[in-house]
Design a protein around this ligand. Structure first.
Ligand SMILES: NC(=O)c1ccc[n+]([C@@H]2O[C@H](COP(=O)([O-])OP(=O)(O)OC[C@H]3O[C@@H](n4cnc5c(N)ncnc54)[C@H](O)[C@@H]3O)[C@@H](O)[C@H]2O)c1
Length: 349
């Protein structure tokens, strides 16, 4: 019998790749998503598959379904979006996680949580091992997400201790690749889009802050290894690429790879922007036998090709992209055209 897998947040960037891989692995997939930051385009190619089902559902409300495994990815992931309605972000990560845990309890299903490197805040230990408890500002603008994800981890471990649920918690570090939402303000997508348009790349601070980037295929391989690992492995386990680059290096590489005439425009650093971010992946290597395999330039090329195709219409028809891509936010009275977000957009990652 096929494994019945629920993916909460499956219409998003990482979730849509996960749904694909699960179907390839002979599972039936139920994707639930409220399309807050996810898009139907990401999963349209899966809709005709009889093993795939999409249900428009907000995890803030309880959900009933017979399932064997649950992946909980439901949460806006970029500051531009999670800061639009911080209370809702908090609810998604706490009440939403609890609803998914209740579903796991009823079904005796194994449940996976996509936590984040943001639980380490602005770290004073580098690289960050799982034992590091973090340096998060609980009242800052990013706290709705950072503390929401920390609270979700607490809930997962309490459900595990109280009800014996099999939990799998991973802390995801920056991930990139095709299907990233073009205007959600993440550094890789921002830089590629500006470079493809020959517009200046906005670098916040002096560009010496470092980040490490993991290609989405590597990340999904890590998810699958974690979900299928022995029950004793609960996590949290870091998943990410330890190869560290400065933001300035990333900007220069993208300009070069896009054959762009863009320049670099230095701006003021936003509040609570971490100076350094790099995973210690010793646990992932030893417990899961996982490490990233995709070379940064190769992964970047795939992402560049994706955005190049997306912008092709804009160039061909000389139609501004804001007429084509809308921010799909059921919370806002009207869908906003993407450029209306320019005022709050930052190179957040
Ligand atoms: N991409 C990264 O670099 C990264 C890093 C760390 C953690 N993560 C985590 O991985 C997960 C997926 O991230 P992503 O990059 O694919 O982001 P994404 O925004 O593309 O995907 C998140 C999905 O969750 C859905 N969602 C949000 N709130 C919901 C709600 N209340 N009910 C139902 N669905 C809801 C969105 O519509 C979207 O489809 C998130 O939990 C995120 O916090 C991602």
């Amino acid at each position: 019998m096929k494994k019945r897998v629920l993916v909460a947040g499956g219409a998003g960037f990482i979730g849509s790749h996960l749904c694909e891989v699960l179907l390839e692995n002979n599972c039936t997939v139920c994707c639930i998503d409220n399309l807050y930051t996810g898009r139907m385009e990401n999963i349209r190619h899966l809709i005709s598959n009889p093993d795939f089902e999409f249900i428009n559902h907000d995890v803030i409300y309880p959900f009933e379904k017979e399932v064997d495994q649950i992946f909980n990815l439901a949460s806006p992931a970029s500051p531009v979006y999670y800061q639009i309605d911080p209370v809702r972000t908090w609810k998604t990560n706490t009440i939403g996680s609890m609803n998914m845990l209740e579903l796991a309890r009823k079904n005796k299903a194994r449940i996976f949580q996509s936590s984040t490197s943001e639980v380490y805040g602005d770290p004073d230990i580098h690289p960050q091992p799982e034992e590091y408890r973090g340096n998060v500002n609980p009242i800052g603008l990013r706290a709705c997400y950072d503390e929401g994800k920390r609270a979700a981890e607490t809930l997962f471990f309490d459900y595990h201790r109280m009800y014996g649920i099999e939990i799998k918690v991973v802390r995801i570090f920056n991930t990139y690749g095709p299907r990233m939402f073009p205007e959600d303000g993440r550094v890789i997508s921002n830089f590629i889009i500006e470079a493809l348009r020959d517009r200046p790349l906005k670098v916040y601070g002096d560009g010496s802050q470092t980040r490490s980037f993991c290609f989405v295929d590597d990340m999904i391989r890590g998810f699958m290894k974690m979900m299928n690992s022995p029950a004793t492995i609960t996590g949290p386990i870091n998943l990410g690429n330890p190869c560290e680059l400065t933001i300035f290096q990333v900007a220069e590489l993208i300009i070069d790879m896009c054959n762009s005439n863009s320049t670099i425009d230095f701006r003021e650093l936003p509040e609570d922007d971490p100076r350094k971010r790099k995973p210690d992946i010793t646990k992932a290597k030893t417990l899961l036998g996982w490490q990233p395999e995709v070379d940064f330039e190769k992964g970047l090329m795939k992402a560049i090709n994706y955005f190049d195709n997306l912008l092709a219409g804009e160039r061909k028809e000389k139609e501004p992209v804001e007429n084509v891509l809308l921010i799909n936010d059921p919370c806002l009275k009207n869908n906003l055209k993407i450029n209306e977000f320019d005022t709050i957009q930052k190179n957040y990652i």
